[in-house]
Write a protein that binds this ligand. Structure first.
Ligand SMILES: [Zn+2]
Length: 106
């Protein structure tokens, strides 16, 4: 397999912004010069987006539909149960969304 793709903070900021603007993944991939699968993997890894059934699960959003897991948070390693496919804990996720708001609210 290829070496891990390095993404800069600027790339992530671009991706977060592109997501808000509902840009297609193909356009994000072209912009960063990487393949679409890599874009998705980065977004998933950074907790910026969820793929496959995850969106659907979140849309249902009632506790009995929500699958949980205890995978360590990718940022703080916290293992508190959280919705499956959410790779970072809710605390880190909130922190991230606050940070991105402060970046984008000019
Ligand atoms: Zn965390």
């Amino acid at each position: 397999m290829g070496k891990p793709v390095k993404v800069t903070k600027g790339d992530l900021e671009y991706l977060a912004k592109a997501l808000k603007q509902n840009k297609p993944y193909t356009e994000m991939a072209r912009h960063l010069g990487i393949c679409v699968d890599t874009v998705k993997r980065i977004l998933h890894r950074e907790g910026l987006a969820e793929f496959d059934g995850a969106k659907y699960v979140v849309a249902l959003s009632s506790d009995k539909h929500m699958k949980m897991w205890e995978r360590p948070c990718m940022k703080c390693k916290c293992t508190k149960p959280r919705p499956k496919w959410q790779y970072i804990c809710t605390k880190c996720k909130e922190k991230f969304s606050k940070e991105s708001e402060s970046i984008w609210d000019f």
